[in-house]
Design a protein around this ligand. Structure first.
Ligand code: SF4
Length: 498
């Protein structure tokens, strides 16, 4: 787990705090509504969006079914192109590989292009522990780093900050990390972008090592693909002497023809653009062009376990477009930090508990961070049925997670009782005989208390239906059904005994 997220409260507790933050809610509502409207317009331009979406889903599913084959093909192609492939089973192994590679260059700093995978493994913290400074170069990631904050959105990590906050942050913190912001800095977007540009340019020109993620890996040629909007990625990927890319194993696509589908689905779903302003592709190293050394770290970190779950594995189709976050009513109110993971929103609620397991209270709370309204499924460009996976994970939480032991014990006791008719009848009779002693409310302990406090306990009838039936079934039909007659059933509407 990323150490930055250790000690986070469960989703309901974290969300309770963020929904009270009116500024945060205003920032989130403004940003998500703006992006979702633009996305809807961009998608509506494509006549065959539904077919494109189906194609994306099918390619991902087929690739995941033969993932071992395509990963080995990728390794062969990357090696043939002069790169080196490293396999990392978990976050610790990936961090150790990257730290060793950086140390081997003799450098003490790296520039980074936005990478969810490195956030997932806590690479910045791991490098800092080795004395290596990692500088984020994506504008939103830079804002998060300067503010010693955590990202709260997949695409716009600083979505929870408004322009005034960013101006204050640049003025206060930029100087501590490198070139300071001008004292006269305003909150105009162009001024903020220029301050960031000058600050980052210094880092790009100095850095000898870069760390990147990737949006896709093309197996047939070993090509790594990064799409972005600012050009910072292009600088990271071409200027340094050593390039280390940390990529989740699910990012592979078999062929360039397959890539074509995703290069249409992703920009419209994420930034509502017809195509990404910058699409960088590289395979290994090329004489006289770009980095002299290239390392590809293929990251598992829970993905193989996720692949083994026949319902949950569809989360691995995700292309991190963030469309599901922007339509989610829960995300809009709770914000990204409440999810306790680099992957917030609906996709985070199904991906994080699968990658990290359901053992912690935080991870066991995530499948419940949804109203199951289905808006996330509607917009997902690779048709991940997020509500289906949420319900599936809730079942797993009830089965596996420690917090549901009492519930499981209750269900087991009820199952036994219903399986033993004599014991069930005896329990009903005992309940009927003690009905006058039973309280109107059952005060349950702990979290269940808030549920029971607002509910009346139904009163037991004077006799069970079976006993009543046994006593009255021999009576003539008219006597049994007479209004208020001696054979009338012992129940009124609502189950109360007469
Ligand atoms: S789950 Fe679908 S909508 Fe959400 S980020 Fe992934 S691809 Fe985009």
């Amino acid at each position: 787990m990323n150490t930055a997220y250790l000690g986070m409260p469960t989703f309901p507790r974290a969300a309770a705090g963020s929904v009270r933050d009116t500024r945060l809610r205003a920032n989130l509502t403004h940003a998500t509504h703006t992006i979702r409207d633009k996305r809807a317009a961009a998608v509506a331009e494509i006549d065959d969006w539904a077919r494109l979406r189906q194609a994306g889903k099918d390619i991902k599913d087929r690739t995941l079914r033969h993932l071992d084959h395509y990963l080995l093909q990728t390794e062969r192609a990357v090696t043939a192109a002069g790169g080196q492939v490293h396999w990392a089973a978990d976050a610790d192994e990936a961090n150790r590989i990257v730290a060793d590679l950086v140390r081997a260059t003799g450098e003490r700093e790296v520039v980074k292009v936005k990478s969810m995978a490195t956030q997932e493994i806590g690479l910045n913290e791991a490098l800092a522990a080795e004395g290596v400074a990692a500088y984020e170069t994506d504008l939103a990631e830079l804002i998060v780093q300067l503010g010693e904050d955590l990202p709260s959105h997949i695409l716009v990590p600083a979505i929870h900050r408004n322009r005034g906050e960013i101006r204050d942050l640049f003025r206060e913190a930029m100087g501590r990390w490198g070139r300071p912001a001008p004292d006269t800095l305003t909150d105009r977007p162009s001024d903020l972008a220029e301050a960031a540009r000058l600050h980052l340019r210094e880092k790009f020109l100095r850095a000898k090592v870069a760390v990147s993620g990737a949006n896709f890996l093309v197996a047939e040629t070993g090509t790594v693909v990064v799409v972005e909007s600012e050009g910072n990625g292009r600088m990271c990927l071409t200027l340094p002497e050593t390039l280390i890319s940390v990529v989740g194993i699910e990012k592979v696509v078999p062929t360039w023809q397959d890539l074509e589908v995703f290069l249409q689905l992703l920009p419209r779903s994420s930034t509502a653009e017809r195509m990404n302003p910058y699409t960088s592709m590289w395979a290994g190293v090329a004489e006289g062009d770009g980095p002299r050394a290239f390392h590809l770290v293929l990251l598992d970190n829970g993905r193989t376990a996720t692949l083994a779950d026949q319902v949950g594995r569809q989360a691995l189709r995700c292309i991190r477009c963030s469309a599901c976050l922007n339509v989610c009513p829960v995300y809009e109110r709770a914000g990204g930090h409440a999810y306790g993971s680099p992957y917030p929103g609906p996709i985070g609620a199904i991906l994080t508990p699968q990658l990290r397991g359901l053992q912690s209270d935080v991870d066991a709370s995530l499948p419940y961070a949804s109203s199951l309204c289905g808006a996330c499924y509607e917009v997902c460009p690779v048709a991940i049925d997020i509500p289906e996976v949420l319900v599936h994970l809730r079942e797993r939480v009830a089965e596996e997670a420690a917090g549901h032991r009492r519930e499981r014990a209750g269900v087991r006791a009820a199952t036994w009782l219903l399986d033993h008719p004599a014991a069930y009848a005896a329990a009903l009779r005992a309940g009927a005989r003690t009905r006058r002693l039973q309280p109107e409310r059952l005060r349950l302990p702990g979290a269940a208390g808030s549920w029971s406090a607002s509910r009346d306990l139904p009163r037991m009838p004077a006799a069970s239906f079976r006993d009543w039936w046994r006593a009255h079934r021999a009576r003539p039909r008219d006597a049994r059904h007479g209004e208020g007659g001696p054979g009338a059933p012992p129940f009124r509407e609502g189950g109360e005994a007469r």
